[in-house]
Unconditional design. Structure first.
Length: 256
């Protein structure tokens, strides 16, 4: 048995599955497409915000044909089917630039990993958007799909290659895995990445990413904060000290 950090923790899951080779193997086995990517983004979001909610994707990658999202959820929400349907639609809507064409250039696939389970207690469920005739035959017009996978409910009837991935994720939840039970090199690599010695490094790197995003957000907000304070008649010296902007920059803002 091998001690590991649990894949129930988002930071651990994201750092392990953000490795392109692992991500590509995972996506190929669940969706059947071979992504051509060199990078997987962590906590991707679109700017400007689509619709009324600022949607953030845990893992996000795309090539010239496919946009693939992998989200992990451990806390059980009663509306998680609606939540991920919304985020999936956001990834579709972001591609539509005008009413001249409603056809997105990229196929969109979302894989949701529900590590704590679901009230329906099924290992894999699919939302398929393709229209079907009266006999249930698909028209092959809309390829986009959402997969909900629940490692907790994997059984002997769960087909491969899904089963091996789900068993590996479920096995990690108690922070110990039987590394001999999985043969795939990508899963073995996951176990290496979530070894206890890697856990703190992952958290540190994740913290640095979050801090960088926070600082960039603050930097982008400073000009507007300065304008608001100056408009209220606040002394420019106080505004400069508060925002960290130079007097010359404040002069520019006060004149616009």
């Amino acid at each position: 048995m091998k001690k590991v950090a649990s894949l129930r923790y988002g930071v651990i899951f994201k750092k392990a599955f953000a490795e392109p080779d692992i991500f590509k193997a995972f996506v190929t086995d669940f969706i059947g497409i071979k992504l051509k990517i060199d990078k997987v983004e962590i906590e991707n979001e679109f700017e400007p915000t689509i619709a009324n909610v600022d949607t953030r994707f845990d893992l996000f990658a795309e090539d010239k044909k496919n946009r693939v999202i992998v989200d992990i959820q451990h806390v059980r929400y009663s509306d998680h089917y609606d939540r991920f349907l919304h985020s999936h639609c956001v990834a579709l809507l972001e591609q539509i630039a005008s009413s001249k064409s409603y056809h997105p250039n990229l196929k969109v696939f979302t894989i949701v990993v529900l590590t704590s389970g679901d009230k329906h207690k099924v290992d894999i469920a699919t939302t398929d958007f393709d229209p079907k005739d009266r006999n249930g035959k698909p028209l092959n017009e809309i390829p986009h799909k959402i997969l909900y996978v629940c490692p907790k409910y994997v059984t002997d009837e769960t087909p491969e290659p899904y089963r091996e991935w789900l068993l590996a994720i479920q096995d990690s939840l108690d922070e110990e895995v039987d590394e001999t039970a999985c043969q795939r090199k990508e899963i073995q690599r996951v176990f290496e990445l979530i070894a206890p010695k890697e856990r703190f490094k992952m958290k540190d790197e994740y913290g640095m990413i979050q801090q960088d995003k926070f600082e960039k957000g603050q930097l982008a907000e400073k000009p507007q904060i300065a304008r608001n304070l100056l408009a209220k008649g606040i002394d420019p010296a106080i505004v400069a000290e508060t925002t960290g902007l130079s007097p010359a920059e404040l002069t520019t803002f006060s004149s616009t």
